[in-house]
Design a protein around this ligand. Structure first.
Ligand SMILES: [Zn+2]
Length: 294
């Protein structure tokens, strides 16, 4: 082969390699990861959603089925657990009532799991009758302790915040919490504001730092797949307080909804993920609060 021909075929090869592989930026559709420093706590990520499961000698505790609009996610979730253990799936615990985290649980139900959630989840699901979402078998009011094998998992209701049905799942020995949509990891809350209670959310974020945890498994991982920290809780509290304080006087001058949503910027947070798209949704929620009383 002449030198020129060799160069041409080399260029041809480069063209055949998909751009994603060259840049190494495409993440696989799903991933199952043992949480560092634990014996039996895992995360299951499907696209941008995350669930936690715990494998014990007496069975498996799983959380959110994350099958909204993609039943194959839940099928994969169960198959991934099955690669680790043949123990029965004893419980599926819902983080809160939003379908993007809890739809698609049928494969777990068929596997014999008992579904647990806060009382308000059951009340809402009974009204909504979503065909893809399993209604819980048991409910929690303020607190319930699940003991299975050597695992202790506390289910704690700490009032209104991202929703009216959100549970904090606390592993005291591992100092880990699983909590969904209440402490975004390096991003603005955006659509998480729609069903939220902003003032109570601030109170909740003050209370959650009093619990003895070090790591947060969130419903959506941060950049590079990172879990959350106590600093993320403090950061989101500061963000909510800041947004609230900015909107309040404008709302009282009658600038809600349109002027605030279009013109108000919070440049301090421009580096957070999703800033451009999420900011108007944050402002809308505070316009609802300070401009309408809702
Ligand atoms: Zn939610």
């Amino acid at each position: 082969m002449s030198r020129i021909l060799r160069i041409v075929s080399y260029i041809g090869l480069i063209a055949l390699i998909p751009a994603g592989s060259v840049q190494g930026q495409q993440q696989p559709q799903f991933a199952t990861t043992k949480v560092e420093g634990t014996d039996n706590v895992y995360t299951f990520r499907y696209q941008g959603s995350l669930a936690m499961f715990i494998v014990t000698s007496q069975g498996v505790i799983a959380t959110d089925p994350i099958g909204y609009g993609r039943p194959e996610a839940t099928v994969t979730y169960l198959a991934e657990i099955r690669k680790i253990t043949n123990q029965p799936i004893r419980y599926v615990i819902y983080s809160h009532h939003h379908f993007d985290h809890i739809a698609g649980g049928k494969p777990f139900k068929d596997a014999g799991a008992r579904f647990i959630a806060h009382r308000r989840v059951k009340e809402r699901l009974q009204i909504l009758q979503d065909p893809h979402t399993i209604i819980p078998d048991d409910t929690v009011d303020d607190r319930r302790t699940i003991r299975l094998g050597n695992t202790v998992l506390e289910l704690i209701y700490m009032g209104l915040h991202h929703s009216d049905s959100s549970l904090v799942m606390f592993l005291p020995r591992e100092k880990i919490i699983f909590l969904v949509d209440s402490i975004p990891v390096g991003s603005l809350p955006g659509r998480s504001m729609i069903d939220s209670y902003p003032l109570e959310w601030e109170e909740f974020l003050s209370k959650i730092t009093a619990l003895d945890w070090e790591r947060l498994i969130p419903g959506h991982p941060g950049a590079g797949g990172r879990l959350g920290t106590r600093q993320d809780a403090r950061d989101i509290l500061a963000f909510l307080q800041h947004a609230s304080a900015e909107v309040k006087p404008l709302a009282r001058e009658g600038k809600c909804w349109d002027i605030v949503e279009r013109d108000l910027k919070l440049p301090k947070y421009a580096g957070w993920q999703g800033y451009e798209n999420a900011l108007p949704l944050v402002l809308r929620r505070y316009c609802g609060l300070w401009g309408r009383g809702t």
